[in-house]
Design a protein around this ligand. Structure first.
Ligand SMILES: Nc1ncnc2c1ncn2[C@@H]1O[C@H](COP(=O)(O)OP(=O)(O)OP(=O)(O)O)[C@@H](O)[C@H]1O
Ligand SMILES: [Mg+2]
Length: 241
């Protein structure tokens, strides 16, 4: 579903991602681990067509991200941390609908999907309130619903549970499990090794822009002789536990 082939991304003198190749099959859940600055967000943004590779190529469902970014965008839902881009003066429903229109959905479809998603995330009570007064978790759920309005086959989540309370983080983890059952393809980054262990079919470990490992946790543990993900991670990035 996702094919990353020898991708390098440089920003002036900084090489964020260097000669990275991996594939993600349809319906797979893949977790991305790496220290701060390892290139996780950059990799996700490259797949999401937000950035263009300096060299190499990326395909999503056979479509080249550089040649057909609009078609690729229709297939993917993205959730990135930091700036959410929500309009404070609009309600949650209006914010979600705005994205629905960008994806070319009609009014009825937008309404149906919005209510379905609001139900799923327990946000029906505040769906018609202005986003301006929302808490962090309420905003996060609004952004989540917005990113899923077009029912994407591929979901890219950058540190989706970062900064959320235990309940909201569990909602996201539950959602990732549901995505797998629905046959969606998921790639997410995380700094929480337990989260990766519980959710992923395969893991990618990035270090200083290079891919150190791509495979199942069992393969990783077997190759390193321990089933302690934190210890394996520290071995790979060159530190001690
Ligand atoms: N727009 C940009 N301009 C310049 N440098 C950038 C830009 N985006 C990323 N970088 C650089 O690329 C490298 C990788 O950054 P990236 O955000 O991908 O790391 P990350 O693995 O997501 O880290 P974190 O865990 O802190 O989120 C860093 O050195 C960063 O400074
Ligand atoms: Mg990041």
């Amino acid at each position: 579903m996702i094919e990353v082939h020898r991708v390098t991304k440089t920003f002036k003198d900084v090489t964020a991602v260097q000669d990275v190749s991996f594939e993600v099959g349809r319906g797979e859940v893949v977790g991305m681990l790496g220290e701060n600055g390892a290139g996780k967000t950059t990799t996700l943004r490259l797949i999401a067509t937000v950035l263009r590779p300096t060299s190499g190529s990326i395909r999503v469902d056979g479509l080249d991200v550089t040649e057909q970014p609009r078609l690729v965008r229709r297939k993917i839902g993205i959730l990135f941390g930091g700036e959410t881009g929500l309009y404070d003066r609009l309600t949650a429903r209006e914010n979600i609908a705005y994205f629905g229109k960008l994806y070319g959905l009609d009014g009825g479809e937008i309404r149906r999907r919005t209510e379905e998603l609001a139900e799923r995330f327990g946000m029906t009570a505040y769906l018609d309130r202005r986003v301006g007064g929302f808490s962090k978790g309420m905003r996060q759920k609004t952004v989540l619903a917005r990113s899923l309005i077009h029912n994407p086959e591929v979901v890219l989540f950058d540190e989706p549970t970062s900064g959320l309370d235990i309940t909201s983080a569990n909602v996201i983890r539950g959602l990732i499990r549901e995505f797998r059952e629905e046959g969606r393809t998921v790639v997410f980054s995380s700094h929480i090794s337990g989260e990766v262990e519980r959710l992923c079919d395969r893991v990618l470990i990035l270090h200083q822009g290079r891919l150190q490992f791509a495979g199942t946790l069992e393969e990783l543990y077997r190759s390193r002789g321990t089933a302690d993900l934190d210890a394996v991670f520290m071995q790979m990035v060159g530190g001690a536990v």
